[in-house]
Structures are given as structure tokens and as C-alpha cells.
Design a protein. Structure first.
Ligand SMILES: Nc1ncnc2c1ncn2[C@@H]1O[C@H](COP(=O)(O)OP(=O)(O)OP(=O)(O)O)[C@@H](O)[C@H]1O
Length: 348
């Protein structure tokens, strides 16, 4: 496990996936937050049900761990339809998609995760399938090649992407509805945690829930993961007996998250290494992504897609055309003094 995994928004193991499965909300009413998206989906599903037709195709866009897979499952569940799950990387040829589409039962919901990673040839086949529930299958090669049309059962496509900007316009345009999922605020994360604690039958203090909520980067997946670590800590270290054995208080949260090196802002060791090098070695920047990555011994891709978005979101880092720059808030948070300035930002 790398240093960053505890607050990585990607699932870390099979055990975590099983744990997540148990905590997944099954209905829109149970799904916490994303109020606007929930309202929009509700309307779309009710309208389809009143007209007795398959709901429009839905694109779910947003960072990992915010509930895209959960919403796809809810769409199927709430509209009383079965769900087929696939992903962009599994569809590397048009034939893979043809096999999948032609095996759908009428009305089925097809979920394609990471849809931006599907093969180009499959994307083109999907345009027609989404629009007319039909595909053209090419038979033969060269001058003798012919295309055979194949009718499909009507279906609802739910596509999920972390990179909506990478989807070609013709594909994006064929979704009847696009939902942009936002990071959750602390109050919503507390509700996610409260619900998880109830389902896991954990005894957790209010203050402990609020503390975890403030450290999970606006992401329910990370919230549930931190709760799991804190639960383990409390189980091993609390001296309570009977009903209160394993009860989670603020002390357990502080101790467990210190053990896992997650600070009060949700920053972990890698985040802090990036910021400290930027501040101390490069005097706050600007410095290029690759130089920064080499300096902390990490892949540029990890720094760019996992570390930076959060540092930017909480206002510690900005990306400029000349490179990465630390903000005044970063100087304050790390208590580092800029060369030629006092700790309070005044010029010497
Ligand atoms: N709004 C929510 N309310 C309660 N729990 C949630 C919510 N959103 C997500 N979760 C929890 O977070 C976990 C991760 O959610 P999910 O797998 O749906 O994220 P995702 O956006 O599909 O992530 P990825 O893109 O990495 O697959 C789920 O198991 C679920 O328990």
C-alpha cells in the first residue's frame, strides 16, 4: 500500500468493495446530499414511468468515490429494472460492445463505468445504439464488406466518467441528462457517516463523526474508510466493557488518524511532502509538475490527478501556466517562513 492510499478516492481492496457494498444506499431517499441531482433524477424516472417507457440515457460526471456507481444501481432499483455492469476498459473492440448490447433484456439499465476509456470504434457503435436502439454489424472485409443491421431491446445507458471533458461531443449529446456530482460538505458527510455507523451498529460520539467528516476530502468513500480504521482502533484500544466496548470517541479519531498520518485538513504524508518541497525548496514556486513529482519520488500522474485537485480545492495550491504555486494560506498552514519575509507576511 502506498502512503497515499488511506485518503485515495479509489477503492483500495476487495475487502473495501465488500464493505462499500453493504453501505450503499438503495434508494434516492437514502442517498445523502447531491440534492439537485437527486431531484432531477427523480423527475426523469417518474416521467418515464408515467409514460411507460425506458428512462433517458444518463451521464454521471465527477471525481471518484462520490456515488456514481451507487446512483446507477439506484436508477435500476427505483425503475424496477435489472442492471448490467461494464466498464470502458473492458470494451476494447466494437465486437465487445455488440455482444453486450445484443444480450440486454428489454428495459435493462446498462452501466458503463469510466466510459471515456472505451475504444473509439465502440463509441461510434454506441451513438446509433443510444439513438435508435440499433447497431450495424460489419461482416467481411474490403470491397466485399457489408453491414447487417441488428435491432436491440430498448435500454437505458448510465455512463460514468471522472473526465467528462474527454468524451467526444456526439457521445455527450446523446445523453438525455448529465449529472455533475459535487464534493460533499461537512454536514452531508456527517450524515453519510451517521448512516454507516448505524448500519454497522457502531457506537460513535457526535464529535467523533464531525471530526472524521472534516478529514475525508469531501468524499463519502474516504469517509467510510476512515470510519472503518477508527472503528478498528477503538475496538483494540478502548478499555470499556459490555455495551461501550469499541465505542468511538474523539480521542480514538485523533489517535487513529495520527497513526495513519491524516491531518486535520485531510492531508496525508504525500500531500504534505508536495507542499513542503514546494514551500521550502522552491520558495513557493512556480515549479513544473514533473520537477515536483521527481522531488517527492511519485508519478506525475498521481500528483496531478489525486494530490493536486484536493490541494487546489482547499486553497493551498494554484496551477498557473508557469507552474504550481503555493498560496498565502499554504505558507500560514505549514508555518514556513518565506525567504525575505517575516512569518506574518511582511517584507523584511
Ligand atoms: N450520497 C451518498 N450517501 C451515502 N453513501 C454514499 C453516497 N455516495 C457514496 N456513498 C458511499 O461511498 C461508496 C463509494 O461510492 P461509489 O462506489 O458509488 O462511488 P463512485 O463515484 O462510483 O466511485 P468510482 O468512480 O471510484 O467507482 C459507496 O459504497 C457508498 O457506500
Amino acid at each position: 500500500m502506498s502512503d497515499h492510499d488511506i485518503v485515495s478516492p479509489a477503492p483500495e481492496s476487495e475487502a473495501e468493495l465488500a464493505f462499500e457494498g453493504a453501505l450503499r444506499p438503495r434508494s434516492l431517499a437514502e442517498f445523502v446530499g447531491q440534492t439537485r441531482v437527486r431531484g432531477q433524477l427523480q423527475l426523469l424516472l417518474q416521467a418515464a414511468s408515467l409514460q411507460n417507457r425506458t428512462p433517458d440515457h444518463i451521464l454521471l460526471a465527477g471525481p471518484p468515490g462520490l456515488g456514481k456507481t451507487t446512483l446507477a444501481m439506484i436508477v435500476a432499483h427505483e425503475s424496477g429494472r435489472s442492471l448490467r455492469m461494464s466498464s470502458g476498459p473492458a470494451i476494447q473492440h466494437a465486437g465487445d460492445l455488440a455482444a453486450l448490447l445484443s444480450s440486454l433484456v428489454p428495459g435493462e439499465v446498462l452501466f458503463i463505468d469510466e466510459i471515456h476509456r472505451m475504444a473509439r470504434s465502440a463509441e461510434e457503435m454506441l451513438y446509433l445504439a443510444m439513438e435508435d436502439f440499433r447497431i450495424d454489424i460489419m461482416v467481411g472485409k474490403g470491397a466485399g464488406a457489408t453491414s447487417i443491421p441488428l435491432d436491440l431491446a430498448p435500454f437505458t445507458l448510465v455512463g460514468a466518467t471522472t473526465r467528462a471533458g474527454l468524451l467526444p461531443n456526439p457521445l455527450r449529446d446523446r445523453f438525455g441528462f448529465t449529472a455533475h456530482l459535487e464534493f460533499y460538505d461537512d454536514a452531508e458527510l456527517e450524515r453519510v457517516l451517521e448512516r454507516a455507523a448505524r448500519l454497522l451498529e457502531l457506537d460513535v460520539d457526535r464529535g467523533a463523526l464531525a471530526e472524521i467528516a472534516g478529514r475525508c476530502r469531501g468524499t463519502p468513500r474516504i469517509a467510510n474508510r476512515l470510519l472503518r480504521r477508527v472503528r478498528d482502533y477503538a475496538l483494540v484500544h478502548t478499555s470499556g466493557s459490555g455495551d461501550r466496548r469499541g465505542a468511538v470517541g474523539l480521542d480514538a479519531v485523533h489517535a487513529a488518524l495520527e497513526l495513519y498520518d491524516v491531518d486535520e485538513l485531510g492531508l496525508d504524508r504525500l500531500d504534505r511532502a508536495v507542499m513542503k518541497i514546494l514551500l521550502e525548496r522552491f520558495d513557493g514556486g512556480p515549479v513544473g509538475l514533473n520537477t515536483l513529482a521527481v522531488s517527492v519520488g511519485e508519478e506525475a500522474e498521481t500528483i496531478e490527478s489525486v494530490v493536486e485537485p484536493f490541494l487546489v480545492r482547499i486553497g493551498l495550491l494554484t496551477r498557473t501556466p508557469r507552474g504550481r504555486v503555493a498560496t498565502p494560506a499554504a505558507w500560514r498552514h505549514f508555518g514556513v517562513q518565506r525567504a525575505g519575509q517575516t512569518l506574518f507576511g511582511d517584507d523584511l
